[in-house]
Design a protein around this ligand. Structure first.
Ligand code: GLA
Length: 380
């Protein structure tokens, strides 16, 4: 894709790791932001939380403006937030998001038009019964065209559909799929394209390095392309683990190449590195209710040990080395948040843990991983 397309439209266009952290931080004051050092490789983005957009975290926006040049709203643009019922629209936080991006000449990503989560259940009900396909298409059309049309002067990239596939069964069983079948995917892209023919439209999902899911996703995107429905990019969420096998760099590399070979630009859309033990078996439970397992599942509640901070920096470094290598295929790498206090990982899958998946700590100070990436870009 033409990189200029990825710039906000209408805007003016536009240490070594062994040193103690305190010294690295002091040095950092003099340094340029991370996006600046990556500017010849790709856009570097982050997600902005609803808390930040609501003004409850005033120091966060200046930090984001200094370090990043692409933004996604973490939750504010999801269906339940922006359009909680048929005749209600909440534009306030999204307008703030767009205004911040505009003032700072950032690439803005609209996230997300269609998803099975954070979507009002009333959408699928009509007069007490499951809605008919015809009526649901009407609601879908109205939502997508209203949102895209409102922001088309500013938002250049849309995550049109999020997580329509499942690694085990192909199509994810969702209300969208139950009522509309597979065509909700192509229809969503068609409506978004019509609302803004010049937008860059993405299909976004997690664990696309899973071979079965990847093959299925490619098949479905090809099916769309054959019908003349263009998909411009694939969004690899990249919620990865600290363990360098989950996923491995080789798996990720193959995934990037495979999607690119299908004619898609590859966006890294929601990058973070989970440093805690896998706890999906205890999904939605509170850590305080997991008494005997609590210490094991939440081992760093009093702080991130130095050795884990070093492993985190190494994991980020290997990932960014890969992204730099494939920069011709990757227009953007976005982290899923800026500082550890705001990460979704503190409440998913288990509520109340203390995770450290991002580049800034909960005091909004850069971590060792930040310095590793800074150094990698300047040395590469
Ligand atoms: C998915 C979604 C994101 C976010 C995360 C964490 O990855 O795409 O918007 O909600 O889940 O909850």
């Amino acid at each position: 894709m033409d990189r200029r397309q990825l710039i906000y439209r209408g805007a003016c266009a536009g240490a070594s790791l062994s040193l103690p952290l305190a010294r690295l931080r002091a040095e950092a004051i003099k340094k340029t932001g991370l996006a600046e050092v990556y500017k010849d490789y790709f856009k570097l983005g982050t997600a902005i939380s609803t808390k930040t957009l609501s003004g409850e975290n005033p120091s966060m926006l200046p930090l984001i403006a200094r370090e990043f040049n692409a933004i996604t709203a973490e939750n504010a643009m999801k269906w339940s937030s922006i359009h909680p019922s048929h005749d209600r629209w909440n534009w306030g936080l999204c307008d703030k998001f767009v205004n911040f991006g505009r003032v700072n000449s950032m690439l803005m990503v609209g996230h997300t038009l269609v998803w099975h989560k954070q979507t009002p259940s009333s959408l699928f009900i009509d007069r007490g019964k499951l809605i008919s396909p015809k009526k649901l298409y009407k609601r879908l059309g109205n939502h997508i065209s209203t949102v895209v049309d409102r922001y088309k002067a500013y938002i250049a990239v849309w995550d049109v559909v999020n997580e329509a596939f499942d690694e085990k069964v192909g199509w994810r069983k969702s209300s969208w799929y139950d009522v509309l079948g597979p065509n909700f995917l192509s229809k969503s892209f068609e409506i978004a394209r019509e609302a803004d023919p010049t937008a860059h439209l993405i299909y976004n999902d997690f664990k696309l390095e899973n071979k079965k899911k990847q093959v299925f996703a490619i098949q479905q995107i090809k099916r769309l392309q054959k019908k003349g429905v263009r998909v411009d990019g694939i969004g690899l969420q990249c919620h990865v683990e600290l363990d360098s096998g989950k996923p491995s760099i080789e798996q990720l590399e193959e995934t990037i190449i495979n999607f690119y070979n299908e004619g898609l630009q590859v966006h890294i859309t929601e990058l973070d590195v989970d440093v805690l033990p896998n706890a999906w078996t205890y999904r939605d439970q509170h850590i305080n209710d997991l008494s005997e397992k609590a210490d094991k599942l939440n081992p760093y509640k009093d702080g991130l040990p130095k050795k884990v901070g070093i492993l985190l920096a190494e994991r980020y470094e290997e990932l960014f080395r890969l992204f730099i290598k494939h920069r011709d295929k990757i227009p953007r790498v976005s982290l899923w948040g800026t500082s550890d206090d705001e990460t979704w990982k503190n409440y998913r899958p288990v509520v109340g843990r203390t995770n450290y998946p991002l580049l800034f700590n909960s005091k909004q100070q850069p971590k060792r991983a930040y310095f590793a990436l800074h150094k990698l870009a300047t040395d590469s």
